[in-house]
Ligand binder design. Structure first.
Ligand SMILES: *Cc1c(COP(=O)(O)O)cnc(C)c1O
Length: 396
């Protein structure tokens, strides 16, 4: 796609699919096994190794992170009337899965700089939630929440932490990989995420009973998955339905992508880190806030690079800034439109914009800039030049 000035349009996000992925998918297609099978098994084993051989965590693929979050809450027994605490500063999937089970999400405001769930706000809200069952922290943009504070809160309340790790592969907190901190963690491999399978997700947990429940509910409540059905010594046609489960399994062509994407996860992170570092250096002194990094020694996945415009120093608003970036041939986005502003959540719980003033304030200022491994150095410079030019022209 070309812009008016004849330059290529730089999309906001692109997956990075190499020849290894393509060969593995072709191998899968030629094998004749195109649903859940040996590639899925290998992807899950590789993921367990990625988390650390001794970590004791099991990995279960699913066809999205949304499915994984639903399976996680189902497995810990969230049901009608229960409450699940999370952030309003997330994608609707984080909260919608709570509604799938007839439970109610409750929201606590964010830290204004990291845009992560504020543990103090979460503690205040939790004190008013007699039916709280779980907390879902979202590691926004790929930076870990304060997991010491969140784990302490969950322990005090006797509730389970389920991490929404859709942005955070690979991310660490205190040197430990997200995925190994909480009882259950769910990753996303949606097309734009840090590693991609088109659609897909991975649930990781250590408790064997949780893992077994998730594996059963992932595929129609059948007590063995399709792969086992075709490789075990029991009659091939025999299976037992033990619950009204879901159809959430990952097909092998997606796992074929995931196997190779996972091997590149650290290299991809290093490239995004370099882009983030360059942005942060170049944007010093402009009327914007660069992303706050709380613990520089920890790994930030840099799924997103989110600036906050200093609107009082500009004669344009955030929407106009994004339009001007588009005129420069650069795709930007907004993460997130807070859930309390969305019609469904607003109307169901009677929210106003001020129900979560920090989330609302951030929403008016944030712009997500392109940050992905397929960007060349010249692409990165183009983004920097455009941001500088627009902000210098519109400073007041
Ligand atoms: C992308 C995303 C999801 C959903 O992931 P899917 O794999 O598309 O279901 C959930 N939570 C957050 C924060 C996300 O960004």
């Amino acid at each position: 796609m070309k812009t008016e000035s004849g330059r290529e349009f730089l999309p906001f996000a692109l997956p990075d699919i190499g020849e290894e992925e393509i060969a593995e998918v072709v191998d899968c297609l030629r094998s004749g096994w195109i649903t859940t099978g040996p590639k899925v098994r290998r992807f899950e084993q590789d993921f367990e190794a990625f988390l650390g051989a001794g970590s004791g965590f099991g990995a279960v693929t699913c066809n999205s992170a949304t499915a994984g979050l639903h399976l996680a809450l189902e497995a810990i027994g969230v049901g009608p009337g229960d409450q699940v605490l999370t952030t309003p500063y997330t994608f609707t999937a984080t909260a919608e899965v709570v509604r799938y089970l007839g439970a109610e999400p409750v929201f606590a405001d964010i830290e204004p700089d990291t845009l992560n769930l504020d543990p103090a706000a979460a503690r205040a809200v939790a004190g008013r939630c007699p039916k709280l069952k779980a907390i879902i922290p979202v590691h926004f943009a790929g930076q870990s929440c304060d997991m010491n504070a969140i784990a302490a809160l969950a322990a005090d309340l006797g509730v389970t932490v389920v991490d929404d790790a859709a942005h955070s592969l690979p991310t660490t907190f205190d040197g430990r990989l997200i995925g190994t901190l909480s009882p259950i963690t769910v990753f996303s491999f949606y097309a734009t995420k840090t590693i991609a399978t088109g659609e897909g997700g991975m649930l990781v947990a250590r408790d064997p009973a949780i893992l077994q429940r998730v594996r059963t509910m992932r595929l129609h409540g059948i007590n063995r998955d399709v792969f086992d059905r075709y490789t075990s010594t029991a009659p091939k046609w025999y299976y037992e339905v033990v619950a009204p489960g879901y159809k959430y399994n990952m097909p092998d062509p997606a796992a074929a992508l995931g196997i190779h994407q996972l091997r590149k996860a650290q290299r991809f992170q290093a490239r995004r880190q370099a882009i983030a570092d360059r942005y942060t250096r170049e944007f010093a002194g402009l009327p914007l806030s660069v992303p706050t990094v709380r613990r520089p020694a920890d790994m930030h996945a840099w799924h997103l690079y989110v600036i906050q415009l200093e609107l009082q120093s500009l004669d344009i608003d955030r929407d106009r800034f994004i339009e001007l970036m588009a005129q420069e041939g650069i795709g930007c986005s907004v993460h997130f439109i807070p859930l309390h502003l969305q019609p469904y959540w607003r109307d169901r719980y009677g929210f106003t914009p001020d129900s979560f003033p920090r989330a609302n304030g951030a929403f008016r200022r944030v712009v997500s800039l392109p940050i992905y491994t397929k960007m060349s150095d010249a692409d990165v410079e183009r983004v920097i030049d455009a941001v500088k030019r627009i902000l210098e022209r519109h400073a007041r």
